[in-house]
Design a binder for this molecule. Structure first.
Ligand code: UTP
Length: 306
């Protein structure tokens, strides 16, 4: 068998990434009371809910099947990605076809299915809830509160790594040592020939600064092989009484290679207030229509007098 054909067949055996899971069933307590009756994932950055940025990242990366994990009080996410006939008719009647097309394009962007996490038992449990629609294939996981600006999109960068190495990949970034207690932190060895890839040797969830094995923090993008489901099933409650994805990933490293990838781009933690505000300001400044007026407004502010 010629080498090129063998490579193609090997790849087909392992599969490409065709599905992405978006866990969106958490409580969003850091945004209370805003998230009492509204999902955190629907908070808008300028004019789009944060989950739409993640959905667009997956679609732009070539992923066709999207699975959103929802829970109680999250039905507005389904409504957002559905066709809204009445709204479209009203926009048409008011002579606003561009807005009608905009609204329709959200519904047509992707094929989305939903699974329900009946209790918010943790991110790991949310991923396990998606086992049925994912099946026995490698898949991507995107946490919408991590809004990433990258070209190519972060998950595309990671899919390329998966294609090359055929192993699970977690996205990481460097954080100040004093902030390690906010993240899952990896212990890794650099992969020869790459300044962005590490082989994961260990992981700790939210270690205190002195106890952290590195300053390489896991952020909300993952490519996972289906073995993660067995690892999740075997994983009990961890930090915060929740089933943690990090714990299952650590378990996975015992049987499979797991890589960590320092992604090329910018990340906003829109799951907490300051990060959300930073993202809002920077996205507004970059917005073609809004940017110039918003920039002059910011310049005119007497910040200390506010
Ligand atoms: P977070 O750790 O940000 O938790 O979850 P949260 O509940 O959303 O927000 P806070 O910490 O209370 O403010 C990371 C991602 O995992 C999802 C969340 O919706 C978010 O996208 N998640 C978390 C679930 O889907 N189910 C869970 O049980 C927990």
């Amino acid at each position: 068998m010629c080498a090129a054909r063998q490579t193609r067949e090997t790849r087909r055996d392992m599969g490409h990434i065709r599905r992405a899971v978006f866990p969106a069933a958490g409580w969003g307590t850091r945004f209370l009371p805003a998230t009492k009756a509204q999902p955190k994932e629907m908070l808008p950055l300028v004019d789009k809910p944060i989950i739409q940025y993640a959905v667009e990242e997956a679609v732009d990366s070539g992923i066709e099947n999207l699975v959103i994990v929802t829970g109680r009080g999250k039905s507005s996410i389904e409504d957002h990605f559905d066709i809204a006939f009445e709204l479209e008719a009203a926009l048409e009647a008011r002579g606003k076809p561009h807005l009608r097309d905009l609204v329709r394009s959200v519904a047509e962007a992707a094929s989305i299915s939903y699974v329900r996490q009946k209790e918010a038992l943790g991110l790991g449990h949310a991923v396990l809830t998606a086992r049925g629609p994912v099946g026995n294939e490698p898949f991507a996981v995107l946490l919408s509160d991590d809004v990433l600006v990258a070209r190519p999109p972060c998950i595309r960068q990671m899919m390329d790594i998966f294609d090359a190495y055929q192993s699970s990949v977690v996205a990481i970034m460097e954080v100040p040592m004093r902030e390690t207690d906010r993240y899952g932190i990896i212990r890794g060895t650099p992969l020869p020939g790459s300044d962005r890839l590490y082989e994961v040797r260990g992981m700790v969830e939210k270690p205190a600064a002195g106890d952290a094995p590195s300053n390489l923090a896991i952020i909300g993008r993952y490519i996972l092989t289906p073995s993660i489901f067995e690892a999740l099933e075997a994983t009990g409650e961890g930090s915060g009484g929740e089933i943690q994805l990090t714990d299952a990933l650590r378990r996975l490293t015992a049987t499979e290679r797991v890589l960590a990838y320092k992604f090329d781009g910018r990340r906003y933690d829109a799951g907490e207030k300051l990060g959300f505000l930073k993202a809002t300001v920077e996205f507004a400044l970059r917005d073609q229509e809004l940017g110039p007026a918003f920039r002059s407004y910011l310049k005119s502010l007497d910040i200390d007098g506010c």
